[in-house]
Design a protein around this ligand. Structure first.
Ligand SMILES: Nc1ncnc2c1ncn2[C@@H]1O[C@H](COP(=O)(O)OP(=O)(O)OP(=O)(O)O)[C@@H](O)[C@H]1O
Ligand SMILES: [Mg+2]
Length: 511
């Protein structure tokens, strides 16, 4: 942004002013006297540890929750934002992490849905309008495409277009890059820069501090519901931001414990399935962390689900500690000593409308200490266990009797991790284990996973984050289109892994 333009904007009233906002939930002050300004033409990053109150503050601004105290001004005027509809009328739009598009509809239909006006819809005109809007901001998306055929990154573009179509001046993005591939994140950033240069305001919530430093003009840090600082990328660093967020220095690299690798716990041979698994073979040994590096959507999910028994492979064998597990149910595989951290905590990891203690028992209700022979559950023992897990993993919750839906995103993830690591598995399958976690929690979870190795377990780590692959793996495989494309030592260069992750032909084409 040029100095002149910045000076011009600084003299105008900020687009949005939130003053002394307090928002309480039963037993929690999610936002405690928070004041925030967002200006036209800036990317304002909102960062803070899990449960700090970022999503809540933005949901208040978007009219999803009423604030208990405080006021909101838009363009210098007091407003009451009682619903998202009212927020949009005031020029405020929000894109959530879980998209709310209608799958069988086209891009155009989704963009205009709910905003058709009174007249009969002229589809050709609508397509043209959406195409023109997409072109203005350089969004690559085909108006006539059907949403269910789109990639996650494309769906996100549709969500953003939907807000822009309604003429919003402020776009709130809550962890938009958590679900994107690195290339998609690049595209998003280019789009955001264009929007900003066009005078839009953007609130960008993220745990990825490198991204924040790259894209933000200003950074506001929340901790335990309060603002603890405001800064700019030029004045700060990743380490400083991390310390502001969690209140202590954070290590981004950990020492890997030196242990002697043991016997094979997992042997996979020639796994085939549904076009997504194209002959995968691999082995994991006790006291070894095998990292699978790859851009998401290249068969990682299908591999994990085949290993835990959620899908039957078309061909190939899976041996667990020497036993062929073909045809075993999920429960049988879990009982044989496999723990599983799924990539999607809301879909597979938790039942959101059950309590934390009930969730802590998922998949282990048959375990000895928790149930008698008649299937009778020892509630007190389960609750004691849940309390212990919540404490050990610093799951921020008022009590173990609240529903999982009331936890912040990162705290939901911590609960799944706590449960799965407590089962003393032979093999841990960890898919994207730190997605959505703050930097402090990531450090903690990495330690826990390294500790699994010392405890004699084998770990299959599936991650799209190279930092994570490097931090934990003893050996690295790259996956591309359902095939293992390379095996690397833990000190291989990112460029080397990149070749395997993109498949050699793809890199040649892309250059
Ligand atoms: N609907 C709700 N009911 C009860 N408590 C809630 C609700 N939504 C949020 N909270 C609580 O408010 C606090 C702030 O949560 P919020 O989701 O705003 O955190 P966050 O900063 O977005 O965290 P994360 O990085 O994990 O997404 C947390 O303690 C959370 O448990
Ligand atoms: Mg959040």
């Amino acid at each position: 942004m040029s100095d002149q333009r910045e000076a011009g904007r600084a003299s105008a009233p900020p687009f949005v002013v939130m003053e002394h906002i307090t928002k309480r939930f039963p037993g929690v002050v999610a936002n405690d006297d928070v004041s925030l300004e967002v200006r036209a033409g800036e990317v304002h990053a909102l960062i803070g540890e899990n449960g700090a109150g970022k999503s809540t503050l933005m949901r208040v601004l978007y009219g999803m929750y009423p604030a208990d105290e405080g006021r909101i001004m838009v363009n210098g005027e007091d407003v009451k934002i009682s619903s998202p509809r009212v927020a949009i009328q005031h020029g405020i739009g929000m894109v959530h992490q879980h998209f709310v598009l209608v799958d069988p509809f086209t891009v155009t239909e989704n963009v205009i849905l709910g905003d058709e006006g009174g007249s009969v819809l002229d589809m050709d005109a609508a397509h043209e309008k959406v195409a023109a809007l997409a072109k203005t901001y350089g969004f690559h998306v085909l108006p006539s495409a059907i949403v269910e055929d789109l990639s996650v990154g494309e769906e996100q573009r549709v969500e953003i277009l939907k807000a822009l179509y309604r003429g919003v001046d402020l776009l709130i993005l809550d962890e938009p890059t958590a679900v994107l591939t690195p290339l998609e994140a690049r595209d998003l950033f280019e789009n955001l820069r264009r929007l900003r240069d066009d005078g839009k305001a953007i609130v960008f919530i993220s745990h990825k501090l490198d991204e924040v430093l790259e894209i933000a003009d200003r950074i506001t840090v929340l901790r335990r519901g309060q603002i603890v600082g405001e800064t700019r990328p030029a004045e700060t660093s990743k380490a400083k931001l991390a310390e502001m967020m969690v209140g202590r220095p954070v290590l981004f690299r950990l020492d890997k414990p030196e242990v002697e690798i043991g016997e094979r716990v997992l042997e996979v041979d020639g796994l085939l399935g549904e076009g997504k698994l194209n002959g995968i073979s691999l082995q994991v040994r006790a006291r070894e962390i095998l990292g699978i590096a790859g851009v998401e959507g290249n068969g990682q999910r299908e591999l994990a689900e085949a290993l835990i028994g959620l899908r039957q492979p078309a061909a190939g064998t899976i041996r667990l500690a020497g036993h062929d597990i073909a045809g075993w149910s999920v429960a049988e595989i879990r009982n044989a000593g496999v723990a599983y951290i799924p990539e999607d905590r809301q879909e597979q990891g938790l039942v959101l409308n059950m309590t934390l203690w009930e969730n802590s028992l998922l998949g282990r209700a048959d375990d000895r200490p928790f149930s008698g022979r008649t299937g009778f559950l020892f509630i007190q023992k389960i609750k004691d266990m849940a309390r212990k897990l919540v404490k050990a993993f610093d799951v921020r919750a008022r009590s173990i009797n609240v529903n999982a839906s009331t936890l912040s995103g990162g705290n939901q993830q911590k609960l799944v991790l706590a449960r799965e690591l407590d089962t003393s598995p032979k093999l841990l399958i960890a898919s994207q284990p730190t997605r959505g976690l703050d930097v402090g929690a990531i450090e903690f979870v990495w330690r826990q996973i390294l500790h699994q190795k010392e405890e004699g377990r084998g770990v299959l780590l599936i991650s799209a984050e190279l930092d994570e692959i490097y931090a934990l793996s003893d050996r690295i495989l790259t996956i591309y289109e359902g095939r293992i494309t390379g095996e690397y030592p833990p000190d291989a260069l990112p460029e080397e892994l990149g070749i395997g992750m993109l498949g050699a032909t793809e890199t040649a084409e892309a250059s």
